[in-house]
Design a protein around this ligand. Structure first.
Ligand code: C2E
Ligand code: MG
Ligand code: MG
Ligand code: MG
Length: 289
């Protein structure tokens, strides 16, 4: 009975599923075109040293300029790219593009900042990952210290056997890893001991509630205390107002990222911010429209 129900259900949903399959196929071919036709670009969201107000880093965030649909945000295509098996090629494109920018900025003598790149579990866990990373660093002559790889807590949980080896290789190369969206992954904390892990990025969902929500305050303080004892540094993401900034500064969070300081910026805007923001007196904020 269950089987025929299933068959009926399948028949019933079949037109929708076919539409979905068609859509998936179309998106897959559009993503391949995007790679081939240079429709991707990076924007960079500055990350500030909360004590000095200086920009010390920036996170590379992917944007897709679709020829018909216009600007497509990552949440609207990264998950699909993952399920279509295209995320590895996209991640590698992002890493290489970030390295190319680092090299160009060095050439232009722009103040050196650390560049964070998001990496999906599917690429991070792939046997060819380290080789691809080494190739990018070599091709663009990038100092590994300038790079930070962000991998989400939930992605780390999906990694298998090779995780230790990969982390060890990164550690040996001098490339740091940040645990992104930290606090949302329901995880064991064992991976915090992995070599190469140097940073926790506290998820925006906890930052939103401080300083008024007592639970969020407790969670953020606990994460900061843990980071300190493990000698990891912390970045708070999604800081949107002065009160959050003040709280995090007093709680000893090293770095912060969020609309309060700057949105993800096109490269010329990042350059402007770096040039004007080189020497901020402590705790004075630079607000970017
Ligand atoms: P994420 O790595 O946690 O990046 C932070 C996201 O939060 C960015 O959205 C950023 O624009 C947004 N954000 C930053 N500050 C604030 C704030 O103050 N308030 C609010 N409401 N939002 C803020 P974006 O650029 O849309 O990226 C979304 C997610 O897509 C990223 O989350 C990351 O998981 C993924 N992603 C982005 N670029 C890449 C990429 O190149 N490769 C991979 N694999 N994933 C990427
Ligand atoms: Mg990130
Ligand atoms: Mg994040
Ligand atoms: Mg996030």
């Amino acid at each position: 009975a269950a089987k025929s129900e299933e068959r009926n259900a399948f028949r019933f949903y079949s037109p929708i599923m076919q539409a979905d399959a068609r859509k998936r196929l179309q998106l897959a071919s559009e993503l391949r075109q995007a790679l081939a036709n240079d429709e991707f670009r990076l924007v960079f969201q500055p990350s500030l040293d909360l004590r000095t107000g200086r920009v010390v880093a920036a996170e590379a965030l992917l944007r897709w300029q679709h020829p018909k649909r216009g600007l497509v945000m990552p949440d609207n295509f990264i998950p699909m790219a993952e399920s279509l098996g295209l995320i590895r090629r996209i991640d590698e494109w992002v890493l290489r593009a970030a390295c190319a920018w680092i090299k160009q900025w060095e050439h232009e003598r722009v103040a050196p900042i650390r560049i964070a790149v998001n990496v999906s579990a599917s690429w991070f866990g792939h046997p060819a990952f380290i080789e691809g990373l080494q190739r990018a660093l070599r091709d663009y002559q990038v100092d590994p210290k300038r790079l930070l790889l962000e991998i989400t807590e939930s992605a780390i949980l999906r990694l298998g056997e090779g995780t230790h080896r990969t982390m060890y290789a990164l550690h040996t190369m001098g490339v740091g890893v940040a645990i992104d969206d930290f606090g949302t992954g329901y995880s064991s904390l064992a991976y915090l001991k992995l070599p190469a892990v140097v940073c926790l990025k506290i998820d925006r969902t906890f930052i939103t509630g401080i300083p008024r929500n007592a639970d969020d305050v407790a969670i953020v303080e606990a994460i900061l205390a843990m980071a300190r004892s493990l000698r990891l540094y912390a970045i708070a993401e999604g800081i949107e107002d002065e009160e959050q900034h003040e709280f995090l500064l007093r709680a000893g969070c090293e770095e912060g990222q969020g609309y309060l300081y700057a949105r993800p910026l096109e490269v010329p805007d990042l350059m402007r911010m770096l040039k004007s923001g080189g020497n901020q007196p402590p705790t004075r904020l630079r607000l970017v429209p």
